[in-house]
Design a protein around this ligand. Structure first.
Ligand SMILES: O=C(CO)COP(=O)(O)O
Ligand SMILES: O=C[C@H](O)COP(=O)(O)O
Ligand SMILES: [Zn+2]
Ligand SMILES: [Zn+2]
Length: 333
């Protein structure tokens, strides 16, 4: 048993309480490898932004749960070595799918977990989430639940059908489970294809897709029922078109990749959305940088010569999100 407090990590409680009243959101960046982790910590340390390090089940399987955990635990000392005196770093399980997985993470130093029962019948989601909360709170670990189904991976019915969160359910869910934050569905989805061309219009000048707006009325409905409760947005990558262009110009193939416009994320961050999840944008930054090196310097074979530029590009991206989109700069001074 390793408690996160002994590792210098923090849970989400205090940072969400500040963010909900402060009109900004905390970035939750997924990582699978050293370069992503370095870039996240460097960006957070340089901007003094609280940050949530997110680990998915897939990341644990890819990097090995033990190695991944030790990497994240090293993040606090790394942050201090960069001159960030009091780092506010959360180690969070993303999309936990069972009590056992959440318990394993809590027992090994995670300060926050998500239990994603959004695909289950309502009563089963309540029971599973409550079971995780009851365990987690014994160790002061915070828990994110989810109500409503994101399009795409979470939605087995069809990829263009969203099951938005029902604001009528949120009070019951939050009171009965005791969860500390709630992920809701307002039209975001995972990955680099958040909307089909059929759901979009096309800008006649640029030829690019223009996505439909998020369902802010659903978010407002949730806020009316649960004022000041920390809300989480998954699937919030913007899919920067400059990365898509670099990838496509260097041998890649991402036709009509599209994300959530950053103005919409800014707007959500000013409301009760306290945590914004970003993974795909980092993957795109990394892929764009690596593809460019491969294309421009075909003789290069030292991984540091392409993973180094990839790391720099991700750091730039994370800083941009913190400073210009989520507004969390300086909130962990
Ligand atoms: O929600 C996410 C992780 O849980 C990431 O979403 P994106 O695919 O939009 O980056
Ligand atoms: O929720 C999705 C996150 O982007 C993690 O993705 P992953 O399961 O491929 O690691
Ligand atoms: Zn979910
Ligand atoms: Zn997610």
């Amino acid at each position: 048993m390793v408690n996160y407090k002994d590792l210098g990590l923090v849970n989400t409680r205090e940072m969400f309480a500040k963010a909900v009243h402060g009109g900004y959101a905390i970035p939750a960046f997924n990582f699978n490898n050293m370069e992503q982790l370095q870039a996240i910590i460097k960006a957070a340390a340089d901007t003094k932004s609280p940050v949530i390090l997110q680990v998915s089940k897939g990341a644990r399987n890819y990097a090995n749960p033990i190695l991944l955990r030790y990497m994240a635990q090293g993040a606090v000392d790394y942050a201090k070595s960069l001159g960030w005196e009091h780092p506010q770093i959360v180690l969070h399980l993303d999309h936990g799918d069972s009590f056992e997985l959440c318990k394993d993470c809590i027992d090994h130093g995670f300060s926050s977990v998500m239990i994603d029962g959004s695909h289950l019948p309502y009563e089963e989601n309540v029971a599973l989430t409550k079971k995780v909360v009851d365990y987690a709170h014994q160790y002061d670990v915070t828990v994110e639940g989810e109500l409503g189904v994101l399009a795409g991976v979470e939605d087995e019915v069809s990829s263009d059908h969203h099951t938005y969160t029902d604001p009528e359910e949120v009070i019951d869910f939050v009171t009965r489970t005791g969860c500390d934050s709630l992920a809701i569905s307002i039209g975001t989805s995972h990955g680099a294809y958040k909307f089909t061309p059929e759901q979009c219009t096309r800008d006649p000048k640029t030829g690019r897709l223009v996505p439909p707006p998020l369902a802010f009325d659903v978010l407002e409905g949730v806020e009316a029922k649960l004022p000041d409760f920390p809300i989480v947005l998954h699937g919030s990558s913007s899919v920067p078109q400059e990365y898509v262009d670099i990838i496509n110009a260097n041998g890649g193939k991402l036709p009509d990749a599209i994300g959530i416009p950053e103005e919409e994320l800014r707007k959500a961050a000013k409301m009760d959305v306290c945590k914004i999840n970003i993974d795909s944008d980092s993957r795109l930054a990394m892929t764009a940088a690596v593809r460019r090196v491969f294309n421009e310097k075909p003789a290069e074979f030292d991984p540091r010569k392409y993973l180094g530029p990839a790391r720099e590009e991700m750091e730039k991206l994370y800083k941009h999100k913190i400073v210009a989109v989520l507004g969390s700069e300086g909130k962990a001074e």
